[in-house]
Write a protein that binds this ligand. Structure first.
Ligand code: ADQ
Length: 495
């Protein structure tokens, strides 16, 4: 199903929907990096003849000037995206590092996840952030002009994504005003928006807020994040606000704010789970407790290992009966903090395995690397319990993917209330990951839950996620900016 938009969409995101790499002959090729955003949005960009602006995964010094076309057997969501619909932001390595590692990941990531002690505030990195955001804005203007030249009179919808690009809107707005161009400007944040108490720690908070307000429409996953943002604009900038209608007045304009909880391509995961070959082939008596995360300190991996250790201490009946399968995807591996986290996790897992292993069983199986979506679907399907227990998370798609893949024996979702997903997925077993003792009891309850209770909980979880999938998210966004038109599928259904 392809959702239609009345305006051509120009997506501005830190990354392109694929990475440009080289094949064995040194020729540039597209390498896929499927995520929710790409799956949902790339087809609409293709349909509306829109464009995608982002970092191609290589540096200016790499001299990979052109974007390759997709290969003929490409079945990814970006297959129809022609190279002329892609504008790479080519940056020198040093500048990219100062912006990406220095500011995005060292400042905004921890701060917005309410972990200010981990956040670094460095004027030179903030400057780099602003200049890279300006570069993205310049290339966005190139895209806007290209779209208008093709279809005079059209009003392009520029959709900026995430905490990497919070300061592009005003550059784009000024350029459009100078050239007499009309566009719609929207922004979506994929991580939480913190409370005023946290936001005010950022030394350049007023500049940041004013830049986000350069958009006409601003989306967050949850109502709580929307209210935090509105509150910050009121208290820091003195903006007039309407909390109920989620409107902010700024520079004689009205900016609207929308809760838009992101989701997953539910049907894709469900059908993968029906066909994917089993990956874990072992004792059918053994129950798998599955954990799938990017290796990040916000995801609470070490807290979870501690709770599992407590479970084995208190409930030795689970020894040789359950296995915790940790699938951790490497992330930001060039950052010292992430290297230290990996060392800590390796150590904790080693300690626990050393303590509890028997000649034929180890309590934790640990995969450090990327696995394919097919494999992931098989893991989700064949696990009894999923432990999704971040310390803080904007939404968390793993919880939703697990639910979509429960097509055999119904399993149990254990979910942290500090993940955005926890707000709606109320039939999951909720647990505070900081409360080790209680956490271990909740795992015990999940392992021993009777089938009828599992079935009922999973049925309700699946129903909601099926209805509110990623297409629902995209439709809600397009409605919020008045660009929604019926899909070709729904037109067919009406006939
Ligand atoms: P992330 O922090 O990356 O996203 P999440 O929402 O859980 O977190 O998405 C992770 C994705 O990576 C999932 O689709 C999962 O399938 C995949 N993945 C995880 N481990 C993998 C592995 N080992 N191999 C292959 N794939 C793996 C940010 C925010 C979230 C928000 C999303 C979307 O931090 O809160 O939900 O954006 O807005």
């Amino acid at each position: 199903m392809v959702i239609q938009s009345t305006s051509p969409i120009i997506v501005v995101a830190n990354r392109l929907p694929f990475i440009v790499g080289k094949d064995e002959n040194g020729k540039p090729v597209r390498k896929q990096c499927a995520g929710g955003l790409v799956t949902a949005v790339a087809p609409v960009v293709v349909e509306t003849n829109g464009l995608w602006i982002g970092w191609p995964g290589v540096f200016l010094e790499d001299n990979l000037e052109y974007i390759p076309e997709s290969s003929p057997n490409d079945k990814s969501p970006t297959a129809g995206l022609k190279s002329e619909q892609v504008i790479p932001v080519n940056l020198p390595r040093d500048q990219f590092n100062a912006y990406y590692n220095g500011c995005c990941n060292a400042t905004f990531w921890p701060l917005f996840h309410s972990m200010p002690d981990r956040a670094l505030f460095q004027a030179d990195k903030w400057e780099a952030y602003l200049s890279v955001n300006e570069e993205f804005a310049k290339l966005t203007m190139l895209a806007v002009r290209r779209v208008i030249a093709k279809e005079p009179g059209v009003v392009p919808l520029v959709w900026i994504h995430d905490y990497h690009l919070m300061c592009t809107a005003n550059f784009i707005r000024s350029a459009c005003e100078a050239e007499g161009i009309t566009i719609k400007l929207a922004f979506f944040l994929h991580i939480p928006f913190p409370s005023w108490d946290i936001m005010r720690l950022f030394p350049w908070d007023d500049e940041l807020l004013q830049n986000i307000l350069g958009c006409d429409s601003i989306g967050f996953h949850l109502e709580d994040y929307c209210l935090n943002f509105i509150d910050c604009c009121h208290r820091r900038l003195g903006c007039r606000i309407d909390r109920q209608r989620m409107l902010i007045e700024h520079n004689s304009r009205t900016v609207s704010v929308h809760p838009l909880p992101i989701s997953i391509p539910y049907e894709r995961f469900e059908s993968l789970s029906k066909t994917a070959e089993a990956v874990v082939k072992n004792n059918p008596e053994e129950q798998i407790l599955l954990c799938v995360d990017r290796l990040d300190y916000t995801k609470g991996l070490v807290h979870r290992i501690k709770a599992f250790e407590r479970l084995l201490e208190k409930h030795p009946e689970h020894i040789e009966k359950v296995v915790l399968l940790q699938v951790a995807v490497p992330s930001r591996t060039d950052v010292k903090e992430y290297q230290e986290l990996k060392e800590e996790l390796d150590m904790e897992i080693g300690k626990l395995n050393g303590r509890f292993s028997t000649p034929n069983w180890s309590p934790i199986r640990y995969i450090y690397g990327c696995v394919s979506q097919e494999q992931l679907a098989a893991f989700y399907r064949d696990s009894s319990v999923a432990l999704v227990t971040p310390l803080r998370d904007g939404m968390n798609l793993v919880a939703k993917e697990f639910v979509a893949c429960q097509t055999k024996e119904p399993g149990v979702l254990v979910l942290s209330p500090f993940a955005g997903a926890g707000t709606a997925m109320l039939e999951a077993l909720q647990v505070n990951p900081y409360e080790t003792e209680l956490f271990s009891e909740v795992i015990h309850r999940a392992i021993t839950m009777p089938k009828d209770e599992r079935e009922l909980r999973m049925k309700l979880l699946r129903k909601r996620e099926k209805e509110r999938d990623v297409n629902f998210w995209l439709e809600s966004f397009l409605k919020s900016v008045n660009c929604y038109t019926k899909t070709s599928d729904s037109e067919n259904r009406l006939m």
